[in-house]
Design a protein around this ligand. Sequence first.
Ligand SMILES: C[C@@H](CNC(N)=O)C(=O)O
Ligand SMILES: [Zn+2]
Ligand SMILES: [Zn+2]
Ligand SMILES: [Zn+2]
Length: 465
Amino acid sequence: MTMIIRGGTVVNADRAFRADVMTFGDKIVAVGENLEAPHSARVIDAHGQYVMPGGIDTHTHMNLPFMGTVTQDDFFTGTAAGLAGGTTTIMDFVIPSPQQSLLEAFHTWRGWAQKAAGDYTFHVAVTWWDDSVREEMGILVRDHGVNSFKHFMAYKNAIMADDETLVNSFRRALELGAIPTVHAENGELVFQLQQDLLRRGLTGPSSHPLSRPPAVEAEAANRAITIAGVLNTPLYIVHVSCAESLEAIARARANGQRVYGEALAGHLVIDDSVYRSADPEFAAGHVMSPPFRSKHHQAALWHGLQAGNLHTTATDHCTFCAAQKAAGKDDFTKIPNGCGGVEERMAVVWDAGVNTGRLTPSEFVRVTSANAAQIFNMYPRKGVIAVGSDADIVVWDPEGTRTISAKTQHAKGGFNVFEGRTVRGIPSTTMAAGKVVFDRGVLMAEEGAGRYVERPAFVPVSAKS
Ligand SMILES: C[C@@H](CNC(N)=O)C(=O)O
Ligand SMILES: [Zn+2]
Ligand SMILES: [Zn+2]
Ligand SMILES: [Zn+2]
């Protein structure tokens, strides 16, 4: 099936230019002005609109068993919601329990993801260490297209990685040409601050941010950066939420260290006043880690994106409904951590980034798609409108508006942290693997149409000779 997207302005990370885009099957086959197309081609009118690479969300958790329950969105509903928002690839996480085989967990997650409507790939978490973990990391890189390994420095007594695991795993990742990534919070400090708050009877959701102050995040970010520096490995820090972590990243990068940072759309526009709401259900709905921060930290994150010390935007989409969140109504440490956003990310970043002049359209593409594709070695298959690239394309209406609400969202969970926010700049059409999956408000996601995206290891040049 040939499709021709006519009359739009193509926006890649490097430039924006007037061009038609023609696709055949799941690939882009031509980009240029006034393209000749077969009469049978389906025409998509993009006049007055931008034609951009499909979004890549570097951080989601569909179907995640966590804190005694399972997220509301599975791989179908979660990827379908992403397609409705212009995100055509998600990067999710395989999270083995301590002592569980990484390979066994990988195959379990692969099974869950069969129903995905959009493309997906996995970071694999290293939650424990012995020689078998070392061996299986090699198999995952060599045979299964994994090139990133996640480490939770938080979640003591659950999936927290201690320094022995961090150092061994970082070293192994370097050997394999894979990149280590971290959830940077000092899990011991969080645990003890939580116990202090509970002992004082401060059991409500407003205690959540008090147990995870910025310094608790920055300590772990600094530690991960130091370990990576000593071992000479690259490092990707997920959901950077505070100025102090950003300072650590900026310092490391200024010293030539290869450190990347990720900002969540929620952290960019929502502040910590949500935890002081008189409605505990509303406050609990915003419990995620790291917590939403003050506007001071939000400003720092925007500066980080503009300065090139933050590279990607993501969501950490990890949805729980009110009944699930209520597990912690008498003890905030039992509130399942996580919020949604996979559908709203691109419109929120466009509205708060491009409409305010913080980001150009090309910089928007850089932080919503291209950088993710390059950092995780999916470029130019993903992250660019170019001949030979996947036909993952979002036609973007810069004047279209939408008021975000749980009532109209496609994700499950019945709650939306962006509730009531009106955004200007929304997808009018999303194409995934050459198929129109979202068009003028109508979602046509197909269960199982999504593909697992293998990501080759980064092979040192010397090894090629
Ligand atoms: C478990 C997962 C989702 N939950 C969260 N961020 O609060 C994460 O920590 O990234
Ligand atoms: Zn995390
Ligand atoms: Zn996460
Ligand atoms: Zn429920």
